[in-house]
Design a protein around this ligand. Structure first.
Ligand SMILES: Cc1cc2nc3c(=O)[nH]c(=O)nc-3n(C[C@H](O)[C@H](O)[C@H](O)COP(=O)(O)OP(=O)(O)OC[C@H]3O[C@@H](n4cnc5c(N)ncnc54)[C@H](O)[C@@H]3O)c2cc1C
Length: 393
């Protein structure tokens, strides 16, 4: 197997790298690298820069604005963005709702929603989880009753990421509570966040940031044409979408950037008169993470190749979610070890004390990343999925 880039691929990488160098605004890059909160305007600005270039949705069909890049080009793109420190693209529209609409949406729905997702004019959020219905999602209770051309929705969603930024929410709702099989009475609705009766309440995470919310629905009227796929078949849509969600959780490029930074920190930090990087126990831990990251990269490429062949991600994509999130956490754990007393919680930036803006926010980052093994379906649930669907246990 030849794992080197061809001359054309190297040229493509150089083009992407050069373009990012000139077009990623410095203030956005610093915010990402120093782990500062990105506002809606920050996220939209980067989205729109990419949309103007035609690079915001590489994996969409070309007729809808996709780039037509092959699997290696897409991989190079992700990796270069990770290295450069680009702000994330909000995945709920581009990488979750859009694939669902391409697969299940009517022509009218595609025409109405996709161009505005592409341009960044409308942001989306995901309304799946409810109190008591996270891992056991099929137990969800938010009720939608159809009458006179619209659904009336009542209930509550929780942990809704960026609901405070979103213009629209895609929601799983129960349209038929009488079905014996719980998965069968569920439908998939698109809901305008400006509709009367919707309340968004913030949940503050332990790093002090605000990214998740509770969303309440109180007699919210939703036009019946906002139903995606058939009524009662929302579970099929939900499962299709979850595969795409888990594809996006590996973050190999970003992990490589963080690994490089970790090595650099460990070279500067001294222990018993020698750089920490020379400490055999530290090197052992570092090497293990690096090897795992290389294995994740190859696995990621295998899944991308599968997508190129037109096969949607299956249950084994759970591997990416488990490994990717464990590596992200392991990297911040090692960084905390290197930074030691220079990374206490709530310490302000103080250049004289010998730590920089990145180290000052490290503890918050460490705390924030505890979420990674929970969202997009907890890692325990991913292991159950692999055991059942892939290993046949
Ligand atoms: C930061 C963050 C962002 C999120 N964003 C969104 C979002 O935008 N939209 C959305 O809909 N949801 C979102 N979620 C919700 C997320 O999908 C759920 O938190 C997750 O599915 C777990 O559900 P739960 O929190 O109800 O925990 P529970 O399901 O109550 O699980 C609690 C613990 O028990 C374990 N467990 C449960 N069942 C089993 C089992 N059968 N076998 C083994 N272990 C089990 C779990 O792994 C977990 O450790 C987000 C969550 C977080 C933390």
């Amino acid at each position: 197997m030849d794992l080197n880039y061809s001359a054309e691929e190297t040229a493509f990488r150089d083009e992407v790298r050069g373009w990012l160098e000139h077009n990623l605004p410095d203030d956005l890059r610093s915010k990402v690298l120093e782990y500062r909160e990105l506002s809606k305007d920050d996220l939209r600005r980067w989205h729109q820069i990419l949309a103007r270039k035609g690079w915001v949705a590489p994996d969409w069909p070309v007729e809808w604005g996709g780039t037509g890049w092959n699997v290696v080009q897409r991989y190079i793109w992700e990796e270069e963005c990770g290295y450069a420190g680009t702000p994330p693209l909000v995945a709920f529209g581009l990488r979750m709702c859009a694939p669902v609409l391409f697969r299940f949406g009517t022509d009218a729905q595609k025409q109405r929603y996709l161009p505005k997702i592409y341009s960044g004019e409308e942001f989306w959020c995901q309304g799946y989880s409810e109190p008591g219905s996270g891992s056991d999602l099929a137990s969800l209770k938010t009720r939608a009753i159809r009458q006179n051309g619209h659904y009336t929705v009542n209930g509550q969603k929780i942990w809704t990421t960026l609901a405070h930024y979103a213009d629209w929410i895609f929601c799983l709702v129960r349209t038929d509570p009488t079905r014996e099989k719980r998965q069968e009475g569920i439908s998939f609705l698109l809901i305008d966040m400006k509709t009367p009766g919707i309340t968004v309440r913030p949940i503050h995470l332990m790093d002090g940031g605000h990214e998740v919310n509770e969303v309440f629905f109180d007699d919210v009227k939703v036009p019946a044409e906002n139903l995606v796929h058939e009524e009662g078949k929302g579970w099929t849509v939900a499962k299709y979408l979850l595969g795409y969600e888990r594809m996006g959780t590996g973050r190999v490029g970003m992990c490589k950037r963080e690994l490089a930074r970790l090595k650099e920190m460990a070279t500067r930090q001294m222990k018993d008169g020698r750089p920490l990087l020379d400490d055999p126990r530290f090197r052992d831990r570092l090497s293990r993470v690096e090897v795992e990251l290389m294995a994740l990269e190859i696995t990621n490429l295998r899944f991308l190749d599968q997508l190129r062949g037109g096969r949607p991600p299956g249950a084994d994509v759970s591997l990416l979610k488990i490994k990717g999130t464990e590596i992200q956490q392991a990297l911040t754990e090692l960084m905390m070890q290197v930074a030691g007393p220079f990374a206490p919680v709530f310490r302000p930036v103080d250049a004289d004390a010998g730590f920089d803006a990145f180290t000052a926010t490290l503890a918050a980052r460490y705390c924030n990343l505890r979420k990674a093994t929970i969202y997009a379906g907890s890692n325990e649930i991913q292991r159950n999925i692999i055991a059942k669907a892939t290993l046949g246990l």
